[in-house]
Design a protein around this ligand. Structure first.
Ligand code: BGC
Length: 693
């Protein structure tokens, strides 16, 4: 039987420039530059520069540290997570949608495509990926990140970094614990060391240790009372001393730097987008007062120079502008959308049949709804909306209504397809100076969602249609989870399409008509009620972070969500046939065989969770430790192989670091965090492992 690896690190890493660098060559070159530089020239490396009048942008690029005399190239930074934010570019489905693909190999290709488009406009630092863990799905920027789970986030973020770094430097952001919008410039994330290391940082660590991320963007917020931009514990102790990070840290924009000496001493290397705290006079003054040692300035400058040399920024390879919105990238955007849709309910309606008369209802069906209008906004030409795509679907009979038609009229259709959800007016990066209602191509204010329920007009739209139609399908456009409890029972099918990118409409049409079999899975659970996830205050000034949120929180409360993490239906059915776990040196090899027992071909996402059954410390009931995709024809059976290193079974003890407890461990396999039909337990006595069956 064919066996596939659930995750192939070597393949993901391939082509990542940071991992191919000969440090022995870079170091003397960087030091050589440093020796030839005056203090003024050094300081110029430490802040954003060009066009500071218009916030440092030049066609969306933020420059820093160009020195023509010394032959030092500038950094040219540009957003962002769902595509190049400069001119027209390929708008990919938002990262939360890509998270739903559970497909790091695909995410690497997205990273490569965005990296290539950035390089094509002359950029060399991509301000992405956003890998802030979704502590609560109401976070305004939920759509920009991948997941509520650190392991899942780790592989997706790593894949993006590796892909992007085939072309440019990546910049995972925002370090760290940035997960509330409205108070993002003030809020202090309160956290103990264990939760920090086990839950909120592992994905950053992975992007550095396995992905060689060349830079990191710090966050606006505070962690345990200290702004991230001057947080020595985060920037020097964890990033540098513990993880050995050798790249540079740039601040988040405007309010991301809060001081001169404390920030520089704490390891903030570049103030973006322009010099305010890092102005020459201020830095020189701090040096004169003995608040900053000259060698600290040298240390920070070296971190910048090293990456410029490592990535060969002085001899940039020209990437053709033709790459931007090229056919290959647009079809990748479509492929990703097709793998990201999550079918949550289907009572025999989908796929639609060609002969059926379809009423397509709701303004969003005709809206170019690509996501928020904060820094990750991307403008694309020719955006495929559900309306364009369904109207052009060969042989289909589709009639569009902006508002629900009268009962009598609607009864003449076999199926009503409602497009409902959010837009940039309901969620997104919070920019207080902007207008919430801004339209056209402008940025808009954004913010967190106070409630996970849809806006009232959207719930009414669904309610009215479902009360009049023969059958109702809802296509849900959103950046994160939605409280659908009040209307889920009144409809027949629910397909979450997120913000599906520039080819989203086509992907939707292909899925509705069964040319694509839905294979996305929820990277964030859908709760039964808002209250089920605990307290959520969008105006919080301190925010407690612990070991339990999302599925871990519900498990601990012995509660079930409406739709669990990892869940998604298909037009076919899969069953686990066999599980085999073997011990290897320092790790487990877990093989699971799955068969497609349904009537159509399809892809499934296998998930592996580990529980520590008799731990001495409080632990989550289970944690995701592996996932992978299998594409199976009807009746086909295949095996997926997971490798689980012992290090993934550890907990973090502030005194001793990572500890592998002598305990009973259960490996559970299946199709979501609540559907785990096979399991096996193993006992670790402190020295060796025994299979307990
Ligand atoms: C955002 C960053 C973004 C930066 C530059 C900030 O407001 O938080 O994510 O990269 O702006 O646009």
């Amino acid at each position: 039987m064919l066996t596939k690896k659930a995750f192939d690190l070597k393949k993901i890493q391939r082509g990542n420039k940071a991992l191919e660098v000969d440090k022995n060559l870079v170091e003397p070159l960087a030091k050589g530059y440093l020796e030839r530089m005056s203090l003024d020239e050094k300081i110029e490396q430490l802040h954003g520069s060009k066009n500071s009048g218009d916030m440092g942008t030049e066609k969306g690029l933020y420059w820093s540290g160009e020195n023509v005399e010394q032959g030092i190239p500038p950094l040219k930074m540009v957003d962002g997570p769902r595509g190049l934010r400069s001119g027209l570019a390929t708008a990919f489905p938002v990262p939360m949608a890509r998270g739903a693909s559970f497909d790091p190999a695909l995410e690497k290709r997205v990273g490569m495509a965005i990296g290539a488009e950035v390089a094509a406009v002359g950029g060399n630092v991509l301000l992405a990926p956003t890998i802030n863990l979704l502590r609560h799905p109401g976070w305004g920027r939920a759509q920009e990140t991948y997941s509520e789970d650190p392991f899942h986030m780790g592989l997706m973020g790593l894949a993006f970094v590796c892909g992007a770094q085939n072309f440019v430097l990546a910049s995972p952001k925002h370090f760290a614990l940035n997960n509330l919008e409205i108070t993002r410039f003030e809020v202090s994330a309160e956290i103990e060391e264990r939760a920090l290391h086990e839950v909120y940082l592992p994905h950053f660590r992975r992007s550095i240790l396995e992905g060689g991320a060349a830079s990191i963007m710090s966050a606006y917020n505070k962690v345990n009372g200290t702004y991230c931009g001057e947080n020595h514990y985060l920037l020097e102790k964890i990033l540098r001393a513990d993880w050995g990070f050798e790249g540079f840290v740039e601040s988040d924009w405007l309010l991301g730097t809060r001081s001169t000496a404390p920030a520089i001493n704490s390891g903030m290397d570049i103030e973006m987008p322009a010099a305010y705290w890092f102005k020459k006079e201020k830095i020189k003054d701090s040096i004169a007062k003995g608040e900053i040692l000259p060698e600290i300035v040298d240390r920070n400058v070296l971190r910048v120079l090293r990456q410029k040399i490592a990535f060969g920024l002085d001899s940039e390879v020209e990437i053709s502008k033709e790459r931007i919105e090229c056919k290959e990238h647009r079809s990748l955007a479509q492929e990703v959308a097709e793998k990201s849709f999550v079918l949550l309910k289907n009572e025999g309606v989908l796929p639609l049949k060609r002969a059926e008369k379809i009423a397509l209802i709701g303004k969003l069906a005709a809206t170019e709804n690509l996501g928020d209008r904060g820094s990750s906004m991307v403008r694309s030409s020719n955006i495929s909306t559900p309306l364009n795509a369904l109207e052009n679907w060969n042989g289909a009979s589709v009639t569009y209504f902006e508002d629900p038609p009268a009962r009598q009229l609607l009864q003449g259709f076999d199926v009503a397809v409602v497009v409902a959800g959010y837009t940039y007016q309901d969620e997104g990066e919070y920019i207080p100076t902007l207008d919430k209602e801004s339209s056209g191509t402008d940025l808009a204010r954004g913010g967190d969602r106070i409630s996970l329920r849809l806006p009232i007009d959207q719930e009414e739209l669904i309610g009215t249609v479902s009360s009049r139609a023969n059958k109702t399908v809802v296509l849900l456009e959103t950046g994160s989870s939605v409280n659908v409890s009040s209307w889920i029972d009144s409809i027949h099918s629910l397909l979450v399409v997120w913000y599906p990118g520039c080819e989203g409409g086509k992907a939707i049409a292909r899925t509705l008509f069964g040319e694509v079999n839905p294979s996305g899975r929820l990277p964030v659970l859908f709760p039964k009620s808002d209250q089920q996830l605990g307290e959520w205050d969008v105006n919080a000034i301190t925010l407690k972070h612990g070991l339990f949120h999302g599925y871990r929180y519900l498990d601990r409360n012995k509660e079930k969500p409406l739709f669990p993490f990892g869940f998604g239906l298909s037009y076919t059915e899969f069953v686990v046939r066999n599980v085999c776990i073997n011990r290897k040196e320092g790790s487990f090899s877990v093989m699971v065989a799955v068969e497609n027992v349904g009537k159509v071909d399809g892809e499934c996402v296998l998930q592996l969770y580990v529980s520590c059954l008799d731990s001495e410390v409080e632990r989550a009931e289970k944690e995701l430790k592996g996932f992978g995709r299998l594409s199976l024809a009807v009746n086909e059976e295949m095996s997926l192989e997971f490798e689980v290193p012992d290090t993934d079974l550890c907990f973090y003890n502030p005194e001793e670091g990572w500890v592998l407890e002598s305990c009973l461990y259960r490996f559970s396999l299946g199709f979501s965090s609540e559907d785990l039909p096979s399991s096996q337990t193993w006992f670790f006595d402190g020295v060796s492992w025994t299979n307990k069956g």
